[in-house]
Design a protein around this ligand. Structure first.
Ligand code: ZN
Length: 422
């Protein structure tokens, strides 16, 4: 890590917290960059769900960093060791920076399995217990550009005791120190960056302690863990993130795990978060829905997407439910429409008027409705193309809003539906 090329250049900091900038010098050759606030490309075993690499690359403005998770990879360690050339090549990924995290944010993971010396991940074949030695051996076979250090993140459940939270902070720091020792001695991991993990549950002092101690270590960035959707009250989360980011150095990125809803992303960017995991469009796809919230803040009054907002006022389901269930991420949110609904069977408009994705350019809602009711796999493919495009375009709009002092306008536009509901 002495030879770290990664550099965060901030071009704007709004109200002391929201950060706009570019992470430069990424990847082992240092030729990649990533704009912040931004998100990583979410994958399952290296593949964006439903999409081949060629289909994926019909989309423009994809993030230059792809996320893979040890929970997907750990069970294939033997094969990867035999393969020798790392996971990127194994999965046939195009040129991308590879980030390896511990857990898959789209799959909730059972708790109660961490010990002082081990953490567990769940693959398709069940639980895999990782010691630091095994964890680091895996990183050497995966050969990522970034990875999250081993961490005890089991404090997100309500009623976690102060003692347990303290233990998670201590264990995570101990794991980090052990990982660093192995990392610094390993030739295979030369030029690879490690992210330290900030724990601390819902206890402010522990969060601050975790952030301060982690920041003393030679890490390239920080993962904020245990703050995922459903784990705690949103106001409390914002308060904790604000306190944590104050303790972290300005020149290193902060990645928030497990948060993807647009309204929550906006709140967390305002609290000082730079990077997110992009599992949200995947969850939307899996429930047969399409993202259609508006983030258009151009002064141009054309605003085709506005028509959609009005339409949703008359759409029943999201409104009837009021707010969504915080603990259940499979439930539909107010940022999407449900294409399985009968009202779309003769709706011959694209998912989102003016969207440049393959799906919106070539197909109508009625066709997607038909694919969904007949259980065709193409439904997932087309929805994933659009949802991925829409979500990444939202992050583009977010950066543009920060650059032009229009974050409040963007917030009003994105939160519009929620405001109307209450
Ligand atoms: Zn589209």
């Amino acid at each position: 890590m002495a030879g770290s090329r990664m550099k965060l250049e901030l071009s704007r900091v709004v109200q002391g917290r929201s950060r706009l900038g570019v992470l430069k010098g990424l990847g082992r050759t240092g030729e990649h960059s990533l704009e912040v606030p931004g998100c990583l490309l979410h994958t399952h075993v290296g593949t964006v769900p439903h999409l081949t690499q060629d289909t994926l690359h019909t989309l423009s403005n994809l993030p230059s960093v792809t996320q893979v998770t040890l929970s997907n990879i750990a069970e294939h360690q033997d094969v990867l060791e035999e393969f020798k050339d790392g996971f990127r090549k194994f999965a046939g990924l195009h040129d991308t920076v590879l980030y390896c995290s511990l857990h898959d944010p789209a799959t909730p993971c059972p708790t109660g399995y961490t010990t002082n010396k081990t953490v567990s991940v769940w693959g398709s074949g069940g639980r895999i217990e990782l010691t630091v030695a095994k964890f680091m051996a895996l990183q050497k076979t995966v050969q990522p550009d970034w990875y999250q250090s081993m961490a005890d993140g089991e404090t997100w459940q309500n009623n976690t005791s102060r003692k347990r939270v303290r233990k998670s902070v201590d264990r995570t720091l101990a794991h980090l120190d052990e990982c660093l020792l192995v990392h610094q001695k390993s030739q295979e991991l030369e030029g690879v960056e490690m992210f330290g993990v900030v724990e601390g549950g819902d206890i402010l002092e522990e969060r601050v302690r975790s952030a301060r101690e982690t920041a003393k270590r030679p890490v390239a960035g920080f993962c904020l863990d245990g703050l995922q959707t459903g784990s705690m009250d949103r106001a409390l989360r914002t308060q904790l993130i604000t306190a944590v980011t104050k303790e972290l150095p300005e020149d290193k990125p902060r990645l928030l795990q497990g948060v993807g809803r647009p309204d929550e992303v906006l709140a967390c960017v305002e609290a000082g978060v730079d990077l997110f995991e992009s599992f949200f469009p995947f969850q939307v796809t899996e429930r047969g829905c399409a993202l259609c919230f508006s983030f258009d803040i151009s002064p141009d009054p054309e605003l085709a997407v506005l028509g959609l907002d009005e339409e949703r006022d008359t759409a029943g389901e999201t409104q009837q439910n009021g707010d969504f269930n915080l603990d259940d991420q499979t439930q539909m949110t107010s940022f999407e429409i449900n294409l399985k609904d009968k009202r779309y069977q003769d709706d011959f408009r694209p998912l989102v008027e003016g969207c440049g994705c393959y799906c919106c350019k070539n197909h109508q809602r009625a066709y997607l409705h038909h694919l969904l009711v007949t259980n065709e796999l193409l439904a997932g493919v087309l929805l994933m193309i659009h949802n991925t495009a829409h979500y990444h375009a939202f992050f583009g709009a977010l950066r543009e809003a920060l650059a032009n002092d229009k974050l409040d306008l963007l917030k009003r536009r994105v939160l519009r539906e929620r405001g109307r509901q209450t």
